[in-house]
Design a protein around this ligand. Structure first.
Ligand SMILES: [Zn+2]
Length: 61
C-alpha cells in the first residue's frame, strides 16, 4: 500500500466538480477536497466537513 501524506484540505465550489460529490467515508454530500502526496502523484479525495476535520485532526502531530 502506498504511503499517503496529507498535503492540503480545501473547500471546493467549482462546477468542474460535478461528479462523485459525496464523501468517500460516509456518503454525505462532500464539500472538501483532501489532497495527499504519494510516490510521484497527488491523490484527491472528497470528504464532507466533518470527515475532513477528523482527517485534519488525526494527521496533526
Ligand atoms: Zn463524511
Amino acid at each position: 500500500m502506498l504511503e499517503k501524506t496529507l498535503k492540503s484540505i480545501e473547500p471546493f465550489t467549482s462546477s468542474a466538480e460535478k461528479h462523485s460529490r459525496f464523501c468517500v467515508a460516509c456518503g454525505e454530500p462532500a464539500t472538501m477536497l483532501v489532497k495527499y502526496d504519494t510516490e510521484g502523484a497527488i491523490i484527491i479525495e472528497k470528504y464532507c466537513d466533518r470527515c475532513a476535520r477528523e482527517i485534519e485532526e488525526s494527521s496533526a502531530k
